[in-house]
Every structure is written in structure tokens, then in C-alpha cells.
Design a protein around this ligand. Sequence first.
Ligand SMILES: [Zn+2]
Length: 299
Amino acid sequence: MRWEDFRASDNVEDRRGEGGGGGFPGGGAGGLGIGTIVILCIIGWVTGINPAVLIGGAEQMMGGGRAPQEQVDPQTQERRRTKPTDESGRFAASILGNTEDVWKDLFPNQVGREYRPTGMVLYQGGTRSGCGSAQAAMGPFYCPLDKKVYLDTSFFKEMETKFGVKGDFAYAYVIAHEVGHHVQNELGILGKVQGRQQASSKVESNQLSVRVELMADCLAGVWAKNSNDRFNSLETGDIEEAMQAASAIGDDKLQKQSQGYAVPDSFTHGSSEQRMRWFMTGYRSGQTKSCDTFRAARN
Ligand SMILES: [Zn+2]
């Protein structure tokens, strides 16, 4: 992907180098496998349960839909606002900036309103989020309460070592997927789904989660298509990279890795095949409305 000329986003908070983020009992996720942790995390944000609670290193989840405000001194504030200069930091800020440029264009045309961009927190090890503690082992996630994507940039290394996925477009797809959750939040979809999940059985609730996740994949595809149309950003092999990522991090693969077999009812992210198919649906159409996984006869 040609990302070097993308506009770097102003909405990045760089908290790397601030230590472990303070106060994680047990200092991390202990003996859990990455697959389990990723799944927990995914369950976490969809159900609104703090993923850290699921993992067992908890802080408090805010109930009333208001994110806790962190007290930071002006100096720290200033440092966080300084644009990252390292490779992975610049990359994340550039991809985020590009999603802003693309979605700002698409929103008025495709959904009839202005796009308000998401924030992004880069951190190392652990930090606080509006949804509770963020820990590196959880993988990237979007917190709908403070409207920020949380990303430990070492996750990209992890994708390579744990899942055998590499390539800048594969990493960009992960960011675009999280931004997809923000788009869903802006459209009021996350709130509605969460309401429905509270009145659902576990199986139904998981099925709703899958639809949310596949929609985010589709929205990542919509971004990719429009980014390429406007910025000529894709290179040969990029789509294959994204497909490889989607295939490697489908729930069926993750579950097989972590427990040796797949349990469809507990899928919350969709199978590898579903994830690839929905990314391509968005990519081929470039249209937000093509991503209605709730209306689709087949997921
Ligand atoms: Zn997701």
C-alpha cells in the first residue's frame, strides 16, 4: 500500500513510553493463549463488558455511557499530541488520516450526514480506556464509550509471529476494521445491537456479534475501494494481504488454534470465509449500504 503520502491524522494520542498504564493486577494476561484473549476482547467490546474483566485484571466499567475522564498534566497532554515519528506510529496515524479523508467524503453522500472521526490511542503494554483497562494482549479494539481505537503497535509484529500475516495492507485492514466499528457507532448500530443482545440468549447474542463484526469487515472494504479510487493507494498483492489477514484471524481459525476445534455457536467474529467474503462485498461495491449484514439472507 502506498501510504507515505497519506495525511497523518490529528486525532492520535501517543501514550507509548508512559509505562505499563498502571495497576494491572497480575501484570498482564498470564497463561491465556492469544486466541482466547483476542476472542475475549472481541466479545468484550460487542457486549459492552470490559474485556479486562473477562481476562481477570479489572478496573471499573462505567455504566451510564460516559467515559471516565483521565487527569493528565499539560506536559503529558502535549507529548501525546505530538505526531509519532517512528515507522509504526506514522503508519497508524497515516492510515487513520486516510480513513478520515475517505469517510468524510462518503458520509454526506452515502448516509446523509457529517462524519465525526474517531480518536486513536497508541500505547505500549497497557493503558486506560473509557471501557476499562486496555492491555496489549487483547489486540486492537474500539471503545464506543470514549470513541477511540486502542492500538498497541506491537500487535503488527504479533500478527506476523503468531498468525503468519504480514504486509502493510494487512495492518491497514485491521485499523480500517476498528474504524468500521466507529462508523457503526456513529450510525447508532452498536447501541441498538447491544440492546438486542441484552434480551437475547447467548447463542443469539453471538450471532448478532458476528453480524457486527462482518459489517466492520465490509466497511473496511468500502474504505479500501474508495481510498484506492481517490488516492491510488493499492499495490499489487494488497487485497491478497487483507484476505490472508481475514483468513488468519477468523474465529474458526482462532478457536482451532486455542482449543483444537471450532465451536460455531460461540463464534463472535465470523469464520475466515465469511470475513473474506464481506470484506470483498464492501470492496467491490464501495457502498456503505452493501454492508447490511443484518438484512443479508446469508452471512
Ligand atoms: Zn471487530
